[in-house]
Design a protein around this ligand. Structure first.
Ligand SMILES: C[S@@+](CC[C@H](N)C(=O)[O-])C[C@H]1O[C@@H](n2cnc3c(N)ncnc32)[C@H](O)[C@@H]1O
Length: 518
């Protein structure tokens, strides 16, 4: 506590005054100004005194409508909900709860009416409320008894007659009351093997937000490495209880340390893959509370960092059986992948630079604007070169174009061949080749300069090959520091017009930005 503006004899008096303001519904910003306390101070005080991390003490549970006014199922890999959703008892009161549009989409896509959904990080019960509304059975656990109390209030509403809102489901749905209980996601021993139809959960992101006042077993108190170790217990239990052929969706975000990104999302994907899961989809969830103008714009350019504006929603699948490798390796072979050297065209002067980790450009200017942003931000006005992976039908490798000029500020590696549905062998070759290029070119990039790799996920035989993740796992050079993971996508004005298919359309790419350490 610092800079206190209203004087109190003791800190306790100050805290009581803040709690009274919260109960009256005064916004945090006003409380901060009046009492000279930070947002973090108010958050810790509430969590300590109420036993759970909530933003408001007074939330009306009066239901205006049971379902969103219009709901369109997501069809692509970029999910973006400008309004978080306030139908039924949903509200933003529980800090870090997820938008109900996420479980709604997951439940609808990967389960049928009457099936059993598990959420082992229940929080305020968003998934449980959605299960009740959509005619699914639900078991939801949370380590915090106070969160379970809140979730019980949130699922306590009446549904007179439950008609399915989805055309392909039976119109009359049964209402199942969710089973909510205190429990630990690492120990699901009360559940039988292969007994759950869908897992849909949202863990803490290591120790970014604390959900309890340091309750034993609360994973929001574990630092990254320990958090991942504990999550591997959760992943193993998830694999055990899920029925073969069914899905497990987990929302997770990255974090930052010393102005560099820690790829917590990719690390957690590894944990679930190691438990035996396959990656069916890798969805990008946009965050909309990011500031992109004024102060933020100036500082983003000055200190060269981007505001985190996306999270990952990997959708894992427990395979039905393990297929032999020869069956898995299908797809067209486009011949050898050949890196060629070229300068990307920069025809027009374009508007300002992007300031968050999600870059969205119109289709017609897409590559031009992407190149402009990369080069302006990361070449420091100095020399740069680009290596592009293209596919050739010729069975040969060509390295003659490699520019070994020393002292360049930026090396930009692009790989447009990935959009043409490459085979397993070409993907492996691309990864190996990229590592060799980075190895050889690294001494030619100035210290403090950048390596930027434009890449994308590809789908091979029904599963996603997460190439950005695989590159991040692979590029572990001592003098390379992962600075940003940027998601790039085109403006999809009409994505809801896409037909519903078995798989989501992959519409995003990544820029992996590495800084060459001084
Ligand atoms: C990101 S929140 C979930 C929010 C939830 N999706 C919602 O919409 O309200 C993570 C939750 O995990 C809970 N948690 C932390 N460690 C846990 C553990 N070991 N087992 C079960 N729940 C845990 C926290 O108490 C917190 O409520």
């Amino acid at each position: 506590m610092s800079n206190q503006k209203v004087n109190f004899k003791t800190e306790r008096e100050l805290q009581e005054a803040i709690l009274r303001e919260k109960a009256r519904g005064t916004p945090d910003i006003e409380i901060g100004q009046k009492y000279g306390v930070t947002f973090g101070y108010i958050e810790r005080l509430i969590t300590r005194s109420k036993g759970l991390n909530i933003s408001a003490l007074k939330v009306s549970k009066k239901i205006k409508r049971l379902h969103p006014e219009s709901f369109k199922e997501e069809q692509t890999t970029v999910w973006s909900f400008k309004q978080r959703g306030n139908w039924a008892t949903h509200s933003g009161e529980y800090r870090g709860n997820w938008s109900p549009y996420i479980p709604r989409n997951v439940i609808f896509k990967y389960s049928k009416a009457g099936e059993l959904v598990l959420d082992y990080f229940c929080g305020a019960g968003t998934t449980a409320v959605e299960c009740k509304l959509l005619g699914r059975k639900c078991i939801a656990l949370d380590i915090n008894d106070k969160a379970i109390e809140l979730a019980k209030k949130n699922v306590d509403f009446t549904i007179e007659s439950q008609r399915s809102i989805f055309a392909n489901e039976e119109s009359q749905l049964k209402v199942y009351e969710p089973e909510l209980k205190v429990g630990d996601a690492r120990d699901l021993s009360f559940l039988k093997d292969n007994s759950i139809d869908l897992i849909c959960a949202h863990p803490p992101y290591a120790n970014i937000i604390h959900y309890t006042d340091s309750k034993e077993g609360d994973l929001s108190f574990f630092d990254i490495d320990d958090f991942l170790k504990e999550m591997s217990k959760v992943a193993r239990e998830s694999f055990r209880v899920l029925r073969p052929g069914r899905q497990c969706a987990i929302l997770i975000g990255d974090t930052r340390r010393r102005k560099h990104v820690i790829p917590l999302g990719f690390k957690l994907i590894s944990i679930y893959l190691n438990a035996g899961f396959k990656l069916r989809e890798l969805v990008i969830k946009r965050q909309h509370n990011c500031k992109t103008t004024g102060f933020w714009y100036a500082n983003s350019i000055k200190y060269n960092f981007l505001l985190l504006a996306h999270e990952y929603l990997p959708i894992f699948e427990k395979p039905k059986t393990h297929l032999p490798l020869s069956v898995r390796e299908r797809g067209v072979d486009y011949g050898w992948v050949v890196p060629t050297l070229e300068k990307p065209p920069l025809k027009r002067k374009l508007d300002g630079l992007e300031t968050t980790t999600v870059w969205i450009f119109p289709g017609k200017d897409f590559e031009e604007r992407l190149n402009k942003n990369v080069i302006d931000r990361y070449s420091n006005g100095g020399g740069y070169s680009t290596i592009t992976f293209v596919s050739h039908s010729k069975n040969e490798m060509d390295f003659t174009g490699r520019n070994t000029q020393k002292g360049k500020e930026l090396l930009f590696i692009k790989s447009p061949f990935l959009s043409s549905n490459p085979s397993h062998s070409n993907v492996e070759k691309y990864l190996k080749e990229t590592k060799e290029i980075v190895n050889q070119e690294l001494p030619n990039i100035s210290k403090g300069g950048f390596l930027v790799i434009q890449t994308q996920d590809v789908r091979i035989d029904g599963y996603v090959e997460p190439l950005a993740k695989r590159l991040v796992d692979m590029l572990t050079f001592d003098n390379l520091w992962l600075k940003e993971i940027v998601v790039v996508t085109q403006e999809w004005a009409n994505s809801s017009a896409l037909n519903s298919t078995e798989y989501l359309k992959i519409v995003h790419q990544y820029l992996l930005v590495y800084e060459v350490r001084k």
